[in-house]
Design a binder for this molecule. Structure first.
Ligand code: PAJ
Length: 273
């Protein structure tokens, strides 16, 4: 496995599959690596804690950095290349550089709670695509709004990479794996398990014929009483606009705080009419 820190080194190899990450790797990330490994000749994982997707007062400084352990995991998965650039390598113009904005979609869900977040995500992913030039790029369904933003960006800018979306990997209590879970104390961790429970409750309602988004929302809010809810919404999976009916297709998305830690999760409903 070769580790590159500069754009010029990265450009000297050919990548078939790219997995963009911010490091602090867990089984969720590794599921993307395995999907890429199974489908691609050469696999690159980027590790870059992207400053432009954090706003002032967010957890950029606190974001876990475990580079050595990450590289061990990636080596064991048979990854070919790791791209781990510095912030100045990616943003030589600093805050004055060109940004990629996905209007509308980029301002919904996490884009509403974290203004500028998806501008930072879209900008860095566009740059990574231009640097690495992958045929396929792998993302997790756990960040469903991120997927919607990136799909729109790829379409609007005619980027040649094809997006592949992999299912959310969960812990035994149902909580979606996240690098932020390590910040939860035991009580917060127990409380956080209400998030997947709320989504399961939503799934059960939909499976027994409930279609009204508001009914589903209220049932989820009951499960989430112990947490500070940022949003619990039923939206269109591509536009992220609220929809009145879960049927036949909707994204049910939750963001909630367990103590100081903001967690997100979602459920995609795809029911044949
Ligand atoms: P990061 O949070 O490191 O996540 C990297 C990729 O792993 C994302 O596509 C995310 O959806 C996926 N992922 C995280 N947890 C997962 C889980 N439990 N199951 C399945 N997939 C999971 O998302 C980012 O980084 C950044 O925004 C990035 C796209 C790298 C741009 O900076």
């Amino acid at each position: 496995m070769q580790i590159f820190t500069t754009i010029s080194e990265m450009r000297q190899v050919r990548t078939d599959g790219l997995i963009p990450t911010m490091g602090a790797l867990h089984e969720g990330h590794l599921s993307l690596v395995r999907a890429a490994r199974a489908a691609c000749e050469t696999v690159t994982v980027s590790i870059f804690v992207n400053p432009t997707q954090f706003s002032a007062g967010e957890d950029l400084a606190k974001y876990p950095r475990t580079f050595e352990a990450d590289c061990e995991l990636l080596r064991a998965e048979g990854v070919d290349f790791v791209f781990a650039p510095s912030a100045s390598e990616i943003y030589p113009a600093g805050a004055a550089g060109t940004l990629v904005e996905v209007p509308g979609i980029g301002q919904r869900l996490d884009g509403a709670s974290r203004p500028g977040h998806f501008r930072g995500v879209a900008t860095v992913v566009a740059k990574l695509f231009n640097i690495v030039q992958p045929r396929l790029a792998y993302f997790g369904q756990k960040d469903a709004a991120q997927v919607a933003v990136l799909r729109a960006m790829v379409r609007d800018l005619n980027l040649p990479a094809e997006l592949r979306v992999c299912p959310t990997v969960r812990d035994t209590d149902g909580l979606a794996l996240s690098s932020r879970n390590r910040f939860l104390n035991a009580a917060e961790r127990r409380a956080a398990a209400a998030i997947p429970r709320a989504l399961e409750r939503a799934r059960a309602l939909v499976e027994t014929g409930t279609c009204a988004s508001e009914t589903v929302r209220q049932a989820m809010l009951w499960e989430l009483v112990a947490l500070k809810v940022d949003y619990a919404q039923v939206v269109h999976p591509e536009t992220l606009e609220p929809v009145n009916n879960v049927c036949p297709r909707a994204l049910i998305a939750i963001a909630a705080w367990a103590g100081e830690t903001r967690l997100i999760d979602n459920l995609l409903i795809e029911k044949p009419r």
